[in-house]
Design a protein around this ligand. Sequence first.
Ligand code: COA
Length: 393
Amino acid sequence: MAESKNGRYAHIVGWGKYVPNKVLTNDDLSRMVDTSDEWIVTRTGIRERRVAGPKDTTASMGLAAAKEALERAGVRPHEVDLIIVATATPEHVFPSTASLIQDALGAVKAGAFDLSAGCTGFMYALTMGNQAIRSGASEIILVIGAETLSRIMDWKDRATCVLFGDGAGAVVLRAGTLAAGGVLATLCRSDGSGGDLLMLPGGGSKFPASHQTLDQNLHTIKMNGREVFRFATRIMDKSAREVAAQAGIPIENVELIIPHQANLRIIQAAARALKLPDERFFVNLHRYGNTSSASIPIAICEAVEQGKLKPGDHCVMVGFGAGLTWGAALVKWGEPVPLHEPTRLERVYKRLLYIAAGVRSRLVRGLRRIETLLGGTPSPKPTRIDKDKQPKK
Ligand code: COA
């Protein structure tokens, strides 16, 4: 087993998800591009996906998932040490979506950052969270995967627009000992030579937004589907095996595998390569499509809801995506947190807590403005540089 040297383990003690209300079916898509329900289902297994409404953003969806996860964990926002948001579709390039969520939660002592590893983002974020807890640097960490892929989609490209969906999932990691389970092993890998196989070329520092990038449609997903498919089928079973070996758990003793929900054929190929029955793999991609960083945390929530992930189970999570990147974790699922129905008073208290976070944020912004008005922006006085101290030419 990948033992923790100081006996500290990260436990998943809370989980939550948010998916937008709007459902886009394959039939809906067949009215937008030259495709059919039959083609999409046989090639991918996807039947429908969710699409963000006008008020949904990566931060708003991540926030909703985070609140649910905190609620389940019985953790208050001010107890959180660190917030990591895995996303390929951040609210802005900066500030980070994680900082926006931190502010909206009122997680006043938390550090916050975004993590970019394509659809593997959640596995990378879980790994980082696990390591921060094992090292003793953090006690409670919020790990969020959130995506608004519909906003970077080329809705005229039938090869990509049928695959993706929007949504968010979150887990709360808490430090503990091994007895109740925990994250036993993780791995993160990358092969940047395949970067061009799945990318969003425009809007970064290489091709900053311009009329030209818009004309060339560089702000939408570009993908070589066949090559990504080949890569995914190669690494899924290998990384599941590798992380299980690292944890010292034979793969056939793993009760549930939660794979990245990209394509049913990729999952079935992994099942064959691992010689495991299809039922051992959790699948919900028929309802959501590929929600990138959000796919594994949403699947965790639904696996627990459906009783497919039970206390004491060993669960392998495995993701892959742009970069190219891939990652996996073996988690021993802990005892469920005794979830009591919150009393009316508790519900009111929680609502007040989030209202207070909003008020606090506005107050701090207002104070900052007043400070600037009254005192101006402090700037260092120009200092004279003595001629003889100047560097000689
Ligand atoms: N509807 C109908 N036809 C479509 C189509 C659609 N939505 N999308 C593509 N096609 C066409 C192609 O144009 C091609 O036509 P052609 O042979 O006349 O050129 C044909 O279908 C077959 O394309 P092909 O690429 O061989 O299909 P495929 O069996 O490989 O399936 C994918 C395509 C995209 C479903 C598959 O490659 C895949 O899932 N790749 C991985 C993508 C992925 O998971 N990305 C995210 C990773 S995180």
